[in-house]
Design a protein around this ligand. Structure first.
Ligand code: ISL
Ligand code: CA
Length: 572
């Protein structure tokens, strides 16, 4: 028997299939490519693979726009290829988590095609349709007649006009990603049936895309619009809405409860608040196993959003992650026994973020390796399930964008055109975009030196980063001291060490400007065990002794640690 909460000790590895491994020379990663690289994942020792979408899709948002939930896009292979991948993972003791994108579908999904066919369509209420606002002097459907002032996450209005049926539909993301109407019981039933179909096929769980946006606040109403803003803010009306917990509890009852303990559920929840997190993940509430939140990556964004980048302040970053640790900390009983109140996902990187070592660390060639290792140690020292995004285990960095033509992501490209049209300086835009563009995460995995980097024999869909000759798997796997071997050691440590996997968390020397110090503690049969991490987050060596030294800062903490003298810098 499997422990019901096995996922608390697990490490998740995210595969973005388009950029992982191409096997047929078309320059696009595919499912047989993942299967061919299973030994890499096995060597790393991860427990779960989260696979970004491989369903049939027009690929407007690289698969986050699904036109058939029960088939694989020919770009990535076939259902049989997927079955083979699942079998290969299971053989090696790993599990597969599928990306579940059910806030929206593609506009090419048969459900939407039927829904838009007429205002009387039987599936009309499967999506969110509204008539145009009556504005004197404007023809319905023209800009200015949208039902609300909301902007989409990917630029432009969140509403698109459908000429044929004479109404607007809501799309929080691109116009090719219409939002499903979760108020419809038929929609919910169709989604649960589809999820069950996948579980029956052998998948082990779901990472649920923007799942906290599925319950909207009705009636839909305008949001705050600052001076000079092109659109109002609709986020308040769509995030963590009034029926969200009801929907998730229903999903859990219908889909997961019959398979309790076997399925892992991760809620991608942008804009989730500290106070919401226990509601989403409290074990007795039976909604989700863990939240995946965005506050710490948001620290790299200025008031203008992700394309208004800011350097991340270390003290603020430590404090932010510690606040999420506190929000989901277990209750500690008199014997040191723990009662869980929820669970965090811990990550630096994913397919929507720039590379961690460039954003949070130091990607100067002289510092990159030590910095990538330090970041990994810090991440794994937090309580929660750690996520490794493909290439992070190699210390891959942000790439170089020679011009607009080097971008592939609709978010970056739409932003550029929208801001140029609004009068911004094109040069300034191109200077800011490389910092946080999602395309940084989407360059091909660097397997080997040489053209194509072992990713493809053809023309890659997005350029390989220029440092593939220096940073690649061939140079690291099995090489002592490499970033890869450091990740491998951390994954193994989590499996062996109860304190790392389950111990309570405490941030020490919170105000220290360059040290990240974490104390983990657990009562086991051997007694009270502790694990201390001291990470140096600057080029200058940490001052330990004397006035203002780290030992002094730690001595000021009311700790029940017996001998500080015995403490060592465990991992740098
Ligand atoms: O990166 C972001 C935009 O600036 C995030 O807000 C991101 O869009 C948000 O976290 C939701 O992301 C998920 O849903 C999107 C998809 O494009 C992302 O790749 C996915 O991770 C729409 O399905
Ligand atoms: Ca391919």
């Amino acid at each position: 028997g499997q422990e019901p909460d096995w996922w608390r000790r697990a490490v998740v590895y995210q595969v973005y299939p388009r950029s992982f491994q191409d096997t047929n020379g078309d320059g696009i990663g595919d499912i047989p490519g993942i299967t061919a690289r299973l030994d890499h994942l096995d060597a790393l020792g991860v427990d779960v693979v989260w696979l970004s979408p491989i369903y049939r899709s027009p690929q407007d948002d690289n698969g986050y726009d699904i036109s058939d939930y029960r088939d694989v896009d020919p770009l990535f292979g076939t259902l049989e290829d997927l079955d083979a991948l699942i079998a290969g993972l299971h053989q090696r003791g790993m599990r597969l988590v599928m990306d579940l994108v059910v806030n929206h579908t593609s506009d090419e999904h048969p459900w939407f095609i039927e829904s838009r066919s007429s205002a009387q369509s039987a599936k009309r209420d499967w999506y969110i349709w509204r008539p145009a606002r009556q504005v004197p002097g404007l023809v319905p459907g023209q800009p200015g007649t949208e039902p609300t002032n909301w902007g989409s996450f990917f630029s432009g209005s969140a509403w698109a006009w459908d000429e044929g049926s004479g109404e607007f539909y809501l799309h929080l993301f691109s116009r090719k990603q219409p939002d499903l109407n979760w108020e419809s019981e038929e929609v919910r039933r169709a989604v649960y049936d589809m999820m069950t179909w996948w579980l029956d096929r052998g998948v082990d769980g779901f990472r649920m895309d923007v799942i906290n946006l599925i319950s909207k606040t009705y009636p839909l109403a305008d949001g705050a619009q600052g001076e000079g803003d092109l659109f109002g803010d609709g986020f308040h009306a769509v995030a963590n809405g009034p029926r969200i917990h009801e929907f998730l509890a229903e999903m859990n009852r219908e889909v997961f409860a019959p398979r309790a303990g076997h399925v892992i559920t991760v809620g991608e929840t942008p804009g989730v608040r500290l106070s919401d997190a226990p509601l989403y993940t409290g074990p007795e509430r039976a909604e989700l196993d863990m939240v995946f939140q965005f506050e710490h990556v948001g620290l790299a964004e200025g008031p203008g959003g992700k394309f208004d980048p800011r350097p991340v302040d270390l003290v603020a970053l430590k404090d932010n992650l510690a606040s999420w640790q506190a929000a989901l900390a277990p209750q500690v009983g008199p014997e040191g026994d723990l009662t869980e109140r929820g669970w965090n996902s811990n990550y630096w990187d994913n397919h929507d973020q720039p590379r961690a070592v460039s954003r949070f660390g130091d990607d100067d060639p002289a510092w990159r390796e030590i910095s990538a290792k330090t970041l990994a140690s810090i991440l794994h020292a937090h309580r929660g399930t750690p996520y490794i995004y493909q290439g992070e285990e190699l210390g891959m960095t942000n790439t170089v964008f020679p011009g607009l033509g080097a971008y592939r992501d609709l978010e970056s490209i739409n932003h550029y055109h929208e801001r140029v049209a609004a009068g911004d300086d094109p040069e300034a835009l191109l200077a800011a975009m490389p910092v946080n563009s999602r395309d940084n995460a989407r360059t091909p995995v660097q397997w080997e030196p040489g053209e194509g980097a072992g990713f493809t024999t053809g023309q890659p869909w997005i350029d390989v980063a220029p440092n593939a000759g220096q940073i690649n798997a061939a140079a690291q796997v099995g090489v002592p001291g490499s970033v890869f071997e450091h990740h491998r050691a951390l994954v193994a440590l989590r499996h062996q060490d109860e304190v790392l996997a389950l111990g309570t968390f405490r941030l020490l020397a919170a105000e220290h400007p360059s040290a990240w110090v974490i104390l983990r503690e657990l009562v086991t049969q051997a007694g009270r065990e502790q694990l201390l991490l001291i990470a140096q987050c600057a080029r200058e060596d940490l001052a330990l002794e004397g006035d203002g030294g780290l030992w002094e800062a730690l001595a000021a903490e009311s700790l029940e640690v017996e001998r500080w003298a015995g403490a060592e810098v465990l991992l740098r």
